[in-house]
Design a protein around this ligand. Structure first.
Ligand code: NDP
Length: 277
C-alpha cells in the first residue's frame, strides 16, 4: 500500500495520511508508531504538548527507515510564543526526537489573548532559514489570525492544521487556506470517534464494503486535505491507512458534506488561552 503525497507551497512533499499521536501514553508510543510504520505510514504528527516526542523519535530510529522517508511534525507549545522561548523550545523538540531536523513545525494555537503569535512566527521563520525544519506552519488559526501572519511575516505558512470532520466542515478556513496556497490538515478527522455511529456514514460505508472510519478518511482524502487518525488499536491502525483502494462518488461525498453541524470536539481557537500544558 502506498500513500500519496501533496506538495506544500515550498515544494516539500507531505504524505497525505499520517499517524496521530495525541493521547498516546509515552509507554505505548514507540510500539504503536512502529506498528504504523509496518502498516505503511510514513508521517507522524506529534507535539510538545503530547509529551511523547522522545518515544516518537525512538520509533523512527528503531524502524530502520531512512530518515528522508519519514515525515515528522511537531508543534510549539502555548507557553513559548516569545521569540527566544520559541527557539529554545524548538531545540528541545529536536533533542527529544533525535531526528536531526523536523519536516514540519507548527505554532500549536494562536492564543489571541496572549497576542504574540506573530512573534512566534518570526522565530519559526528563523528556524526554517536555518534548515532545521523543512517547512513551517500553524495550527488552529482562524482567517483573521492568518491574515496577521501573512501581513507581518515574510514566509506564508505551509499548512494550517485545524479540527475538521463531517460534523465540522470548516468551509471558511479551508477556503482561506486554499486562496493563500496553505494546505489544510484535518485534526480529529474521525471527530474522536463521534461521527462513526452516524447512519449516513454507516450507509456510505456499507455501499463500498468498508468501515465507517475508512469512509470518513476517504472523504477527507478526496477533499484534498491531510489527515492523521490516531488509534491505540493495532487493527485500526492498519484499517485507517487502507483508504486508497476505493473511491466515493459525488453523491456519497455530498451526503457526508451534508452532515455538517459546526460542532467542535475541542477548544475554539479564539478563546483557547491555556499555557499550562
Ligand atoms: P481522531 O479523530 O483521530 O479519533 C481518535 C479516536 O477514534 C480514538 O478514540 C480511537 O480509538 C478511535 N478510532 C480510531 N480509528 C478507529 C477506527 N478505525 N474505528 C473506530 N474507532 C477508531 O482524534 P484525535 O483527536 O486523536 O486526532 C488525530 C490527531 O490529530 C491527534 O492524534 C493529533 O496528532 C492531532 N490533533 C491535533 C490537535 C491540534 O490542536 N493541532 C488537536 C487534536 C488532535 P482507539 O485509540 O482506542 O483505537
Amino acid at each position: 500500500m502506498s500513500i500519496p503525497s501533496i506538495l506544500l507551497n515550498n515544494g516539500v512533499a507531505i504524505p497525505q495520511l499520517g499517524f496521530g499521536t495525541y493521547k498516546l501514553q509515552p509507554a505505548q508510543t514507540r510500539d504503536l508508531v512502529l506498528r504504523a510504520f509496518e502498516a505503511g505510514y510514513r508521517h507522524v504528527d506529534t507535539a510538545q504538548m503530547y509529551r511523547n516526542e522522545r518515544e516518537v523519535g525512538e520509533a523512527v530510529a528503531a524502524s530502520g527507515l531512512p530518515r528522508a522517508e519519514v515525515f515528522v511534525t511537531s508543534k510549539l507549545n502555548n507557553a513559548f510564543h516569545a521569540h527566544d522561548d520559541a527557539l529554545a523550545a524548538f531545540d528541545r523538540s529536536l533533542e527529544e526526537l533525535g531526528t536531526g531536523y523536523l519536516d514540519l513545525f507548527l505554532v500549536h494555537w494562536p492564543m489571541p489573548a496572549v497576542g504574540r503569535y506573530t512573534e512566534a512566527w518570526a522565530a519559526l521563520e528563523e528556524i526554517l532559514a536555518s534548515g532545521r525544519a523543512r517547512a513551517i506552519g500553524v495550527s488552529n488559526f482562524q482567517p483573521a489570525h492568518l491574515e496577521r501572519v501573512l501581513e507581518t511575516g515574510t514566509v506564508a505558512p505551509a499548512v494550517n492544521q485545524v479540527e475538521l470532520h463531517p460534523y465540522l466542515r470548516q468551509d471558511a478556513v479551508r477556503a482561506f487556506d486554499a486562496a493563500h496556497g496553505i494546505v489544510t490538515e484535518a485534526w480529529s478527522p474521525l471527530g474522536r470517534g463521534s461521527v462513526l455511529g452516524d447512519p449516513v456514514i454507516a450507509e456510505v460505508a456499507r455501499r463500498h464494503g468498508v468501515t465507517p472510519a475508512q469512509a470518513v478518511l476517504r472523504w477527507h482524502v478526496q477533499r484534498g486535505d491531510v489527515v492523521f487518525p490516531k488509534s491505540a488499536t493495532p487493527a485500526r491502525i492498519v484499517e485507517n491507512a487502507d483508504v486508497f483502494g476505493f473511491e466515493l462518488p459525488d453523491a456519497d461525498m455530498s451526503a457526508i458534506d451534508g452532515l455538517n453541524r459546526d460542532e467542535r470536539t475541542g477548544s475554539h481557537p479564539d478563546t483557547e488561552n491555556r499555557t499550562d500544558r
